[in-house]
Ligand binder design. Sequence first.
Ligand SMILES: Nc1nc2c(c(=O)[nH]1)N[C@H]1C(S)=C(S)[C@@H](COP(=O)(O)O)O[C@H]1N2
Ligand SMILES: [Mo]
Length: 502
Amino acid sequence: MGACVEPTHFATSLDLGSPQPLLATDVDAAMAYPPLAPGHVLRPAGGSPVRLVSSPHKAAGGDDEHPDRHELSGSRYYLRHLRAVEEPPARDPRDEGTADAWVERSPSLLRLTGRHPFNAEPPLPLLTRHGFVTPAPLHYVRNHGAVPRADWTTWTVEVTGLVRRPARLAMADLAGGFRALELPVTLACSSGRRKEQNMARKTLGFNWGPGAVSTSVWRGAPLRDVLRRCGGVEHGARYVCFEGADDLPGGGGGGCTYGTSIALKRDMDPTMDVMLAYMQNGGPLLPDHGFPVRLIVPGCTAGRMVKWLRRIVVTTTESDNYYHYRDNRFLPSHVDVKLADAEGWWYKPEYVINELNVNSVITTPGHGDILPINAATTQSAYAVRGFAYSGAGKKVTRVEVTLNGGETWLLCALDHPEKPTKFGKYWCWCFWSVDVEVADLLASREIAVRAWDQSLNTQPENLTWNLMARSNTPMAARGRPLFLYCDALSDSDHNHPRFGRE
Ligand SMILES: Nc1nc2c(c(=O)[nH]1)N[C@H]1C(S)=C(S)[C@@H](COP(=O)(O)O)O[C@H]1N2
Ligand SMILES: [Mo]
């Protein structure tokens, strides 16, 4: 547990200048949350006040299990990130008249499902610009319903089922009473890149682009420690079920929360870093990301990471929640809705998505990027760039780009800003780049990328259509940049450009 999160890692990729001292005005302006004096009252964006009863930074009990854990300096990232976001989160007229009217959101996020509920991804150039840690207001959002209004001081998480001493934990207990884990984790929705599937044949889901991926530094109490504090689990326990505070239709009239389950084995495994997170990038969670507390399950699809966490139930069987079965399933291509319902495909355990599969995205060239072509640029190189990630803590070990439909592959340089955890896990995305000759780009029809992970898993050449359009990770293709032909470098030539794709 406890990946090293050294501030320098972020500083280099974010390049936001030197950290600012924490001033009282900063705190008010940014609504920052720990580290501040106990008793200080804070007001997170759109939420209720947060009162720190004790410093959550000091772990209860020895931390000798985690000698290599590095402390992040609390709200520093939060403040820096808020400053870094071009358009800070604010109430949005587009949410007027919905149950989310009070939620402050970045206007830069691309809304994918009309007015409500809120499902949005950051534009790729913005996501890329911020590098390794995504500012929380730009983190993609997947909400099945309205954001529950939460109050830090009255919120509780109930722990029940097959635990010896069922308990109800207040936020002060979670944040102050447990050893804290703090580490960067990339969240990815398994619906990412679904648009490509819908273009092939309509699926049940709405169009996600490639931006349903973001990284935050999450801080929380290890679930394992919480269960141990409840006296440990009883004989026969095999799953831990999680329930949010959402009020959802659940396929019918309503009264359903968002819920799912994780195998107890993963929850109790110290190498897996499963935590109840109450801080994101040094501040409170934003309402859209689960304020005041959510589950973080590194290496798994983000659909397992229940937000606005209310209840934890240790059981002998998987969650029976509607969303556990109807969401995050990768069904075989021949299965349509009728067949899935008639033959119970939703309940077949083989098709559940837990760990993420390897994936990569091209960020440069971006859509509509223009490359001037002239005597000088045809002699020079053009950097194709992007990000890649895998699941289960596996390192991305290779990324390759082809300009000729897979006949030959160019090996990319990799940048892993994250240090592996002390158990060797990689929970985050990495960045890749490769210089291609502009002449080769001119001769190509398409740029495509594939990543490999340490188990030598790679991305398939073609997409596998599936009803929910899940886990869509074929090699990612992208058109070339728009070429702007300029015969010479003079200004007058620039005034008479010729665009072309061929
Ligand atoms: N309570 C609750 N938890 C939830 C969801 C939800 O709608 N309600 N959506 C899930 C899905 S499908 C994803 S991909 C992630 C998205 O997390 P984010 O919105 O913080 O990016 O939250 C998961 N947890
Ligand atoms: Mo998701």
